[in-house]
Design a protein around this ligand. Structure first.
Ligand code: PMP
Length: 304
């Protein structure tokens, strides 16, 4: 047992998985990555990967946009990930970070003429955002990148400069996380999360055909709200002021999970407590991802 990485075609100790500083994508942010979780079930002594294949399907679609040629299927990448997790032997909740990049030691920002390489590493990760309380979110003064600049649906390294500006501004102002707006003032997403509101008993989130990462957790939560809670879900643009008058606001994301927001800017959301819809979604989400809900076993990949 120890820390391993899958690096350029081989399993190696993580400290040997190093790239040269001249690596092309390191300079231009032209790498596509993913964030996947595996959950440890202490009673069953089992580790479950969550939506592993779906993450690799999204990664391969994004690689297509960037012209990164990962010569493996989502199924093969899933199998490599299971093997990597087994070698690492994690017995706690774990984050999995695959990244595809242009490995040539060459100068010039372009998407052609370079060799693609792939690396995957894993790291223990508990709650990324503090879920023991409601979060405070700040509307960022930085707008979300739009599709004419860097497609937000692409989980591309360079796009996270935009996220880093927004998140840092939120943290420096005493907030937990950012909410980024589109240039037209509608809500886009968090620095690493999609955004939902509850208003008059309805769940509302920004459409997938907008400047957001098409979140896998977002899709799961939409499904659970409709099928398990019987709540109507609407995908439509959300205005900033709708956040303020919402009954509930929450983030979704692989790292963030289902994370309640109880304050946006200067405005307390609802009565300032975690709302009932958010709570129910959290409960069912955690029962599934921890491997305690047989109906949704197909969302999980057993590792051991
Ligand atoms: N938006 C952004 C910008 C993100 O980085 C993430 C995290 N991958 C999400 C949304 C949530 O996506 P997912 O639920 O697939 O993790």
């Amino acid at each position: 047992m120890g820390r391993f990485a899958y690096f350029e075609g081989k399993f190696v100790p993580v400290e040997e998985a190093n790239i040269n500083i001249q690596t092309n994508s390191f300079h231009y942010g032209t790498a596509v990555f993913e964030g996947i979780r595996a959950y440890w079930n202490e009673e069953k002594k089992q580790l479950f990967g969550l939506f592993v294949k779906e993450h690799y399907e999204r990664m391969l679609a994004n690689c297509k946009i960037l012209n990164l040629k990962v010569e493996k299927s989502a199924q093969e990448l899933t199998e490599i990930t299971v093997e990597l997790l087994r070698r690492c032997g994690h017995r706690e909740d774990t984050y999995i970070r695959p990244i595809a990049y242009f490995a040539d030691l060459k100068i010039s920002p372009k998407l052609i003429g370079y060799k693609t390489e792939l690396a995957i590493y894993t790291v223990p990760l508990g709650d990324y955002l503090d879920l023991s309380r409601g979060l405070k979110a700040k509307t960022a003064s930085w707008h979300r990148i739009n599709d004419t600049m860097i497609p937000a649906r692409c989980k591309v390294a360079g796009a996270y400069v935009n996220s880093a500006f927004a998140k840092t501004e939120a943290l420096l102002n005493g907030y937990d996380e950012a909410i980024m707006l589109n240039p037209d003032g509608t809500v886009a997403e968090g620095s690493g999360e999609n955004v939902f509101i509850v208003r008059n008993g309805k769940l509302i989130t920004t459409p997938s055909a907008s400047n957001i990462l098409e979140g896998i957790t977002r899709n799961a939560v939409i499904h659970l709200a409709r099928e398990e809670l019987g709540i109507e879900v609407e995908e439509r643009p959300i205005l900033r002021s709708e956040l303020y008058v919402a009954d509930e606001v929450f983030y979704t994301g692989t790292a963030a999970q289902v994370a309640p927001v109880v304050q946006v800017d200067h405005v307390v959301i609802g009565n300032g407590e975690v709302g009932p819809v958010t709570k129910r979604l959290q409960e069912i989400y955690f029962s599934i991802v921890k491997g305690n809900n047989p109906k949704y076993e197909h969302w999980l990949t057993p590792v051991y």
